[in-house]
Ligand binder design. Structure first.
Ligand SMILES: Cc1ncc(COP(=O)(O)O)c(C=O)c1O
Length: 386
């Protein structure tokens, strides 16, 4: 038999999803893969039930139904102040995952380089391989996860660098980039003519006093920023697979074509149903923040009481916990034992770092109180792993 593609030969299966399987195998409380165990807003699910009878059930416009694009443009303007043309500058995709893939395929030629901050969301490695780009990594330095502007500039100076992927707020480290940090990145992107592909799926999950600044709103950045975002996290609908790209017309035009050939379009009834959520008043987003702040206090407060050391997340719903004191050489082995002997699922931090780093495991806390309390109860037995 002839060989299968060399591109995909280098793929490993997703460590995050593998840890979910391991958690299930040992009956562990799964705090590895990031999805909520609470329901989406009833207004959205009620609308879906209504639409099940009346449709739409056939293909929508490939770049998204008019109603969802109009609502997305309004929401983006409301939160960022950006004026977005819903006809020319928005492409609705199958999740933020497809948004990022379509953006990368739009921007990169084989051999181009893409700068990625490390630790990073694991899909970016695969996105780079599929688009033929070579990722180069700039460390976010623990424990504060700041970057060194000189190191970033040296990366941008390399030949063939086309784009930077910016995950803000960051999965896995919970960093929210400040306006000053974004300004440094923006100035360098302009200086070296680099596109910035943002991943803003956690734009509404922030802890006070942190605020989300949209890179595209910084001077000179609108024309070179490709926003990738998602409704998965904002409306607790990770299974609905709805995301979007917002980019200037000349870029969005290309993204539309890539998206059309990748998937044709997102699910028509789901786009209509979630439009109800996009029209929610500000109070929805305030309550969302309050809810996540409650979960962070509950889980991170519990971890603190148990003596764990970690950096408090500023945004998103993950916490990287330092487990070096347990003496494991490989954080993966620690996570398997944690699932098996303690009964809690976590993701080994090494799957997010380019650097050799085995100090951390990542827990996520988008869970009901009883789930988090159950996990904390089991984590009280962590000394078993010493
Ligand atoms: C940083 C980041 N980007 C993208 C995604 C995937 O988003 P979606 O469900 O919209 O594909 C995730 C999911 O965990 C994520 O953490």
């Amino acid at each position: 038999m002839k060989e299968l593609s060399r591109k995909t030969d280098t793929f490993t299966d997703s460590v995050i999803r593998r840890m979910t399987r391991i958690s299930n195998q040992y009956g562990a409380i799964n705090l590895s893969q990031g999805f909520p165990d609470f329901d989406p807003p009833t207004e959205i699910t009620d609308k879906l039930a209504e639409l099940a009878k009346v449709g739409p059930h056939q293909y929508a416009t490939t770049w998204g139904s008019k109603s969802i694009r109009d609502a997305l443009a309004r929401k983006q303007e409301h939160f960022s102040g950006m004026q977005v043309d819903p006809e020319k500058e928005i492409v609705v995709t199958c999740g933020g995952t497809e948004a990022m893939m379509a953006a990368m395929l739009t921007v990169c030629n084989p051999g181009d380089k893409v700068v990625v901050f490390s630790p990073f969301y694991e899909n970016y490695g695969a996105d780079a391989i599929l688009s033929g780009a070579e990722p180069i990594y700039v460390p976010l330095i623990p424990p504060t996860f700041r970057f060194d502007a000189d190191v970033l500039e040296a990366a941008f100076r390399q030949e063939g660098v086309k784009a930077l992927i910016l995950c803000n707020p960051s999965n896995p480290c919970g960093k929210v980039f400040t306006r000053e940090e974004l300004k440094i990145i923006a100035d360098l992107a302009i200086k070296y003519d680099i596109y910035v592909i943002t991943d803003e799926v956690y734009e509404h999950i922030l802890y006070k006093p942190n605020e989300h600044v949209y890179m595209a709103t910084l001077p000179g950045m609108r024309e070179r920023t490709i926003i990738c975002s998602s409704l998965s996290k904002t409306y607790s609908i990770t299974g609905w697979r709805i995301g979007y790209v917002i980019a200037p017309e000349n870029i969005a035009e290309r993204v539309k074509k890539v998206h059309d050939f990748l998937t044709i379009g997102a699910a028509a009834p789901l786009m209509e149903a979630v439009t109800v959520g996009l029209l929610f008043p500000d109070s929805y987003y305030e309550e969302l923040q309050n809810h996540y702040t409650h979960m962070r206090e509950l889980f991170c407060g519990g971890l603190k009481n148990l003596g764990f050391s970690f950096v408090e997340p500023q945004g998103a719903y993950y916490v990287l916990v330092d487990v070096s004191e347990y003496g494991y050489q490989k954080d993966y082995d620690f996570c398997v034992d944690l699932a098996k002997k303690v009964g809690v699922g976590a993701v080994p931090g090494s799957s997010f770092f380019k650097e050799e780093e085995n100090r951390y495991v990542r827990f996520h806390f988008a869970k009901k109180d009883e789930t988090l309390l159950g996990a904390l109860d089991r984590l009280a037995d962590i000394q078993k792993l010493k």
